[in-house]
Structures are given as structure tokens and as C-alpha cells.
Design a protein around this ligand. Structure first.
Ligand code: ADP
Ligand code: MG
Length: 340
């Protein structure tokens, strides 16, 4: 295995955060089998830290964690998107956030049940190949400026995101199917079929700032948007704002997205679409062919505001539920550095 000679190069030091409970609970094993040996070849010293509880990764990223994170060249998450999401929520609270994201790079090794960022980096190769590919990219690749986004809710909370916001049927399937956890990843398919049979209409007002239009500061969430924004009010079935190509392994949901394109691609199916339309979209997500479907609208924007007018769904950022209500987001172009 040639992951770089490392001869004459400074030995890099990476913090490796492992969530032992992600997915099939293989985080530690993946670390021993792939991360440590491949890092050794690449002249990287891994400092492994296993999370002890939910919230641990968030606390670790804050200024007052007691750990000087600047001693590391990069921080690697071995887990699902949830682990990285937790890290981002801690990092966003740092007083030196800009410097921190400039000096410390991030990488992901897929070990969870939702591995959207890892799938986007390894371009959706199967589970086993994705592990090796992602570790390889971390060893050999370059950490490049990538986009984040900052969400604000009517309740006054902020969330930093790297993947997606879903609302409507996608959020319902993702979050409500938790009760079928025993089925593994099949829970999503089973629950999606159920949700299509008992189909709901979701009503909202959606405003967005089309890509290419300059934005100053985001308007406060309780203030109207200005004339540069486009607003539509309608019934929807699907609303999915994405920043990366894959929402998870086997979901090529946003083929045109790039890690550093400075925009959201929002995939919208309006309420007038049929069950069959929706079903064909769900099947097409796997290979990205939904982008050619007539009932699938794709909005490219740098900011958006979603004001749900029906209270029958959930809001799902990067796979995690946040409080329901009006929410708005702005892309933070090139705000962090990721190995890809
Ligand atoms: P999955 O994709 O399987 O959901 P994630 O890595 O996304 O895996 O993690 C899911 C959740 O596990 C995270 O939101 C985090 O709060 C939680 N978590 C992290 N470490 C631990 C731990 N040691 N014990 C229990 N939960 C944890
Ligand atoms: Mg992008």
C-alpha cells in the first residue's frame, strides 16, 4: 500500500474521534484495521479518542474543552454523519471559529448508518470500498476549502450543517422510521412505501435567493425578505436542500452539487404530483436520474427560508431532528477544509 512516502516530510498528527455505537458498532474495528495501519504508511500519527456519550464530540470541539485542538493538523470522524454534526455544533460556538476552521482540517471515515459526506467523498462506492477509499483520501488527498451552511430557527437557535435539510416526506421517512431500527437500512424503504400510501400534503412558504444574486447579511428570520428573493407558497410533498452529491450511500441525490460550489440545490416535488411521480423519484434517487423528471424542480440558491404552514412534518438537518417552525439558512462558502 503506497499512501505517500512521507520521507523528509513532517509527521502529521491527527485526532481520530471514534463513535463506538455508530451503525453496526464497527468504529473501533475500522480504526484498528484501516485507519491506524494506513496512517502509519502515510506518516500520520493518530491520536484516537473514543466518544463516551452523546454530546461528547460537541463538548470536545469547544474552546473550554481542555484540549488544545491546534496541536492537530486534522480531526477525523470515524462514525456516521451524526458524529460530525455533533462536532460542528461544538465548533460553531468557538470564539476563534474562523481561525480554527482555517488551521484544522476535517475528514470522515464511514462507520454509521447514515454516511452522506463519506459517500460524497468516495462517490458512492459500496460500503467496504468506501471505508478504504475515505481513509486513502485522508492519507493522500488534500484538505480543500468546502462549504458549510448556517441555519437559524424562529426559536433563536443556530445549527451548522454540511449536508442537508429535509422537510416533508423525506424528513418523515428519515426520522419516523427510527421505530423500525431493527430492520437496518431497509427501514427507510419500508417506511417510505407506507408514507406514500398514507400520503400527506405539506404546506409552506418558501423563499430563496437565487444563486448568482449578491447577498449582504441574512435578514432576521422575523423580518420579510427583500426584492432579490423569490417566494412561493404551495403544497409540497418533498423538500430537500442538499450541499453534497450523496445524502447517504446509494443515494445520488444531488449530482450537480460540489463541495465548494457555494450553493444549495433544493429538490422540490409540489403537492400536485401523483403517488407514482413520487415513487419514481424515490427509486431514481439511487442513480441520480430524478433530475430529469418533470415533476422534480431543482432550485439553485445561496440562501433560503422555509416557513411551514402545516404542522404535520419534521425538520431534519444532516439526519438530526431540530425544532419545528420557520427556518432559514445561508451557505458559508469555503468555511471549512475537508479531505476529498
Ligand atoms: P449513525 O449513522 O449510526 O446514527 P452516528 O455516528 O451518526 O451514527 O451517531 C449517532 C449518534 O450517536 C450521535 O448523534 C451521537 O450523539 C451519538 N453518540 C456518540 N458517541 C456515543 C456514545 N459513546 N454512546 C452513545 N451515543 C453516542
Ligand atoms: Mg456544495
Amino acid at each position: 500500500l503506497c499512501t505517500g512516502s512521507g520521507v523528509g516530510e513532517r509527521r502529521r498528527k491527527f485526532l481520530v474521534l471514534v463513535n463506538p455505537f455508530s451503525g453496526k458498532k464497527q468504529g473501533n474495528q475500522i480504526c484498528e484495521t484501516f485507519v491506524k495501519p494506513m496512517f502509519e504508511h502515510a506518516n500520520i500519527e493518530p491520536v484516537v479518542l473514543v466518544t463516551e456519550r452523546a454530546g461528547h464530540a460537541t463538548d470536545l470541539m469547544k474552546n473550554d474543552s481542555g484540549t488544545d485542538l491546534y496541536q492537530y493538523d486534522a480531526i477525523i470522524a470515524v462514525g456516521g454523519d451524526g458524529l460530525l454534526y455533533e462536532m460542528m455544533q461544538g465548533a460553531q460556538l468557538r470564539s476563534d471559529k474562523a481561525e480554527f476552521f482555517d488551521r484544522v482540517a476535517f475528514g470522515i471515515v464511514p462507520a454509521g448508518s447514515g454516511n452522506g459526506l463519506a459517500a460524497s467523498v468516495s462517490h458512492g462506492c459500496d460500503e467496504f470500498d468506501a471505508t478504504i477509499t475515505n481513509v486513502f483520501v485522508i492519507c493522500k488527498g488534500e484538505a480543500k476549502k468546502s462549504d458549510l451552511s448556517l441555519y437559524q430557527t424562529a426559536a433563536g437557535n443556530s445549527y451548522t450543517s454540511f449536508l442537508s435539510l429535509s422537510w416533508g416526506i423525506v424528513a418523515d421517512v428519515d426520522l419516523e422510521s427510527e421505530v423500525l431500527r431493527a430492520l437496518g437500512s431497509m427501514r427507510f424503504d419500508v417506511y417510505a412505501v407506507w408514507r406514500m400510501i398514507a400520503l400527506k400534503q405539506y404546506r409552506a412558504k418558501l423563499s430563496y435567493l437565487p444563486a448568482g444574486v449578491e447577498i449582504g447579511a441574512m435578514p432576521p428570520i422575523d423580518q420579510p425578505v427583500d426584492g432579490n428573493w423569490t417566494t412561493i407558497e404551495d403544497n409540497f410533498l418533498c423538500f430537500w436542500a442538499l450541499q453534497t452529491t450523496h445524502a447517504s450511500q446509494g443515494m445520488f441525490t444531488s449530482p450537480a452539487s460540489r463541495m465548494n460550489d457555494g450553493k444549495f440545490h433544493i429538490y422540490v416535488v409540489r403537492g400536485k404530483a401523483s403517488r407514482l411521480n413520487l415513487l419514481t423519484s424515490f427509486l431514481a434517487f439511487e442513480d441520480g436520474s430524478h433530475v430529469k423528471q418533470k415533476h422534480m424542480e431543482i432550485i439553485e440558491c445561496t440562501a433560503f427560508r422555509l416557513e411551514p404552514l402545516s404542522d404535520n412534518s419534521h425538520l431534519d438537518i444532516d439526519g438530526e431532528e431540530v425544532e419545528y417552525g420557520a427556518i432559514q439558512a445561508q451557505v458559508q462558502a469555503g468555511a471549512w477544509k475537508v479531505f476529498y
